[in-house]
Design a protein around this ligand. Structure first.
Ligand SMILES: Cc1cc2nc3c(=O)[nH]c(=O)nc-3n(C[C@H](O)[C@H](O)[C@H](O)COP(=O)(O)O)c2cc1C
Length: 397
């Protein structure tokens, strides 16, 4: 099993502090190709490629760009989401550290396509150490080429919810990071009420190569609904944690066992704390949007781990990071945490489990953003696959 490094093709082979080393490997080729086309043609190429967002939701990128490009108004924005707060996710950090230039090129192409003159890279507070390098890369890129847009780096204050696109815009506008009610959606009314596209770091990294090599080349890779490659960050009970890039559709087993060296796997959290839990019996599941994917965080648990403990630990993260704006998430994450703690102490009842499932459904249907909607995924999945571990901890009533 070998990796297919397309997004990461320059990583480790260029000096991220010297743009000349990147230009020597074909840097700016995608931007040049984009400028040979009119902006609507660039949007069409991205649409035809079948590229879907890599930040977790998998929304078709070309569709989003199309909506923003057609939205009325001359002031538009491109936002690069480098908040990367999902537990176990560190692929965007790897990209920012090793190849900031391709990201800048992707942003410049996005600006050209939708007609934006301003872009922001929203970087999570915990990546403070990357800011100088990123700003240096931006200065070098601006000196080397006319990017056609102004790109600024923006440092978040350190909240998971600020990775959610509407909370990210609130934060950029100087307010407390809380999700907005939608509609309107960002391509119609985003940053400062103007048409805006928000794309994940990895999503934008795909753009230059799609322009350079063509939509047909890209859409020929991967599965029916998941084109191209995916970058994964693997952690947990593995011998070789790290960042790996694979063709979409590769079985989970190849990533965790062959590449990362996991043994005695009990379960894998695919997509981080908000992702789905895949038990060892289903390790042959292909990694793709049509099955299980998320933002690319792969956390492996071996057979010494307890499902209830993992579920409680995950819920503790959400109760801490919940912004408090909507009731289902604010109250739901708290009740879930307290109930799981009670079960862990041996004071739970069978009825608690069905109450938790009802609560999970309500939170999924009524929470304002993906945080509350996905917070109970780990509980629901671990209860389904390892129900006996929960029941074994219930008290004798
Ligand atoms: C609570 C929460 C946190 C999120 N965090 C991130 C993040 O750190 N990075 C990211 O790209 N998307 C994150 N997202 C998804 C964004 O809302 C949005 O879908 C994404 O930035 C769109 O880019 P894409 O289409 O390229 O994936 C988060 C969503 C939620 C609900």
């Amino acid at each position: 099993m070998t990796e297919q490094r397309l997004v990461l093709r320059h990583c480790g082979l260029i000096d991220p502090g010297d743009i000349a080393t990147w230009c020597a490997r074909g840097g700016f080729h995608g931007l040049e190709r984009a400028r040979e086309l009119v902006s609507t043609q660039v949007v069409e190429v991205v649409k035809q490629s079948g590229l879907r967002g890599r930040g977790g939701a998998g929304f078709p990128v070309g569709l989003k760009w199309d909506m923003a490009s057609k939205a009325p108004g001359s002031e538009k924005y491109v936002l690069c989401n480098a908040d990367e707060g999902e537990p176990g996710t560190f692929k965007d950090r790897y990209i920012l550290e090793h190849d900031p230039f391709t990201l800048i090129e992707g942003i410049a192409i996005a600006c050209y396509a939708v007609g934006a003159r301003s872009a922001y890279i929203y970087v999570r507070n915990e990546y403070h150490h990357l800011l100088d390098g990123l700003r240096q890369a931006l200065r070098q890129a601006q000196r080397t080429r006319d990017l056609g847009c102004r790109i600024e780096v923006w440092e978040g204050a350190g909240a998971y919810v600020c990775g959610e696109e509407s909370a990210l815009m609130e934060s950029l506008e100087g307010r407390r990071g809380e999700p907005r009610f939608r509609p309107p959606f960002p391509p119609a009314q985003g940053l400062w009420g103007k048409p805006t596209i928000i794309d994940n770091v990895e999503t934008l990294m795909n753009i230059p190569q799609i322009l350079a090599q063509g939509a047909a080349w890209f859409s020929g890779l991967g599965t029916e609904q998941s084109k191209g490659t995916k970058v994964f960050s693997v952690s947990g009970d593995v011998q070789r944690p790290g960042v790996y890039e694979l063709i979409m559709g590769t079985p989970l087993r190849e990533l965790v066992e062959e590449l990362s060296g996991a043994t005695s796997v009990k379960m894998v959290q695919v997509g981080g704390a908000s992702g789905r839990v895949v038990p060892a019996a289903r390790l042959d599941t292909p990694l793709a949007f049509e099955t299980v994917l998320g933002a690319g965080s792969i956390i492996v648990y071996n057979d010494t781990r307890d499902a209830l403990d993992v579920s409680l630990q995950t819920m503790e993260f959400f109760v801490e990071e919940c912004c408090g704006k909507c009731t289902p998430c604010r109250e739901g994450t708290l009740v879930m945490t307290e109930t799981l703690e009670r079960i862990q102490r041996g004071q739970g009842r069978e009825q608690d489990l069905s109450n938790l499932l009802d609560l999970a459904e309500t939170m999924g249907l009524t929470s304002l953003c993906g945080l509350g909607q996905a917070a109970s995924n780990c509980f629901v999945d671990t209860l389904q696959h390892f129900g006996e571990e929960y029941r074994g901890r219930l008290g004798a009533f």
